[in-house]
Write a protein that binds this ligand. Structure first.
Ligand code: F6R
Ligand code: MG
Ligand code: MG
Length: 365
């Protein structure tokens, strides 16, 4: 059976700052999705201040009515957020009306259409207080490095490598600017691009037999609205096992808790902390967090989810991530603790520097 899984995420308001949606808000979103007859199944999660709607259906990727359903659910949620006086109500709905595809209007989208295998396990990742480039390192390692993906040396099909679709997220023209690169031949070319996490992001990965196994939201909100409207807070869907990396191989690189862009005011650098689903944001509007669920889908119906970072091992990683967060916070806004001028999400400093420039004097030698 050919089905599509679609994950669509938005920040439409939260309690106490940019921390966490209210129960009423999550219920309002859920009520709209529940009533739909065009989907086969759905689940709702939240991570930090973002709500993710996971849906299964048989309509294919970019299907307008599926995107409209998410749009309508987020619109209804926004009404409730306004009624409750939540902070940032409707923050990620950047267009006044729905135009047929929710991509480019604020919410983050990841979708994969596939012929269901007899058993179809997959993962959904949801990150908050960071940008799509936060996934560059973990997915590069999971698909291309035998230190994390032992299948690359143990399983012939996996040894053939994968095809990466990488997007230039700074491209401002019509459509998407992408490049297709294949491992193992292009491994250094892939590395050259993915090191620039602000500009390049993995949007899809395919097996060499042409099966899509990864879809990632590569939208950049500030490119849509022109001004700061919150960090992009990316989601990703990954099909796992057999010809694809095993679940544990995909999870393995998240143990690094690598430093990513985001944190307070979307303008700092902090470790990506793997957290349980539905975890709010805290210290210094962070640290940047990622949650993950594993499910199976059969005839379009989801099993219950397993919370992949809810395990004693990840408590130890969380402690290490907290220590990394403390360490970089010690240097405040100096050097690599804060993003470069082009990536600062608030413009106050630019105005200050312009004013100060007028006060500089040239001293004669
Ligand atoms: C980061 C984020 C928060 C806000 C900060 C200030 O992505 O959402 O760190 O930038 O709380 O928020 P405002 O400007 O809404 O007061
Ligand atoms: Mg927010
Ligand atoms: Mg968010």
């Amino acid at each position: 059976m050919k089905i599509t899984i679609s994950a669509i995420k938005a920040d439409i308001g939260s309690i106490g700052g940019h921390l966490c949606p209210s129960k009423k808000l999550v219920e309002a979103v859920s009520e709209v999705v529940k009533k739909s007859s065009i989907i086969l199944d759905h689940k709702i999660f939240h991570t930090g201040d973002d709500i993710t709607i996971l849906m299964s259906h048989d309509k294919g990727e970019n299907y307008p009515e599926i995107h409209r359903l998410a749009w309508d659910a987020f619109q209804r949620g926004t009404e409730v957020a306004k009624e409750q006086g939540l902070y940032g109500a409707g923050q990620d709905l950047l267009k006044d009306s729905f135009s047929g595809n929710i991509k480019g209007s604020g919410p983050a989208v990841a979708e994969i259409e596939f012929e269901e295998r007899p058993a179809e396990p997959f993962l959904l990742f949801m990150a908050d207080k960071t940008n799509p480039g936060a996934y560059n390192l973990p997915f590069y390692l999971a698909f291309a490095d035998p230190f994390h993906n032992s299948g690359l040396i143990l399983v012939p099909k996996i040894s053939q490598g994968y095809k990466f679709i990488i997007m230039d997220m700074d491209f401002k023209g019509e459509g998407d600017k992408v490049i297709e690169l294949e491992t193992p031949n292009d491994i250094y070319n892939i590395a050259c691009l993915l090191r620039d996490t602000e500009r390049f992001g993995i949007s899809e990965v395919y097996s060499k037999s042409g099966h899509k196994c990864l879809s990632l939201s590569t939208t950049r909100l500030h490119n849509i609205s022109g001004t700061y409207t919150g960090k992009d807070d990316p989601i990703a869907l990954v099909r796992v096992q057999k010809d694809f990396p095993a679940t544990g191989e995909i999870l393995s690189p998240f143990s690094i808790s690598h430093y990513v862009a985001g944190f307070m005011r979307g303008s700092h650098v902090g470790p990506l902390m793997p957290v349980r689903v539905n975890t709010p944001v805290s210290y210094f509007d962070g640290p940047p967090i990622v949650s993950g669920v594993a499910l199976c889908v059969h005839n379009g119906k989801f099993t219950e989810e397993v919370d992949v970072f809810d395990h004693p091992y990840w408590d130890y990683i969380r402690d290490k991530a907290s220590a990394k967060a403390e360490e970089i916070r010690k240097q405040g806004f100096f050097g690599s603790a804060m993003l470069g001028m082009n990536e600062l999400e608030y413009t106050g400093i630019t105005e200050k520097l312009e004013e100060l420039d007028k006060r500089f004097i040239i001293k004669e030698k």
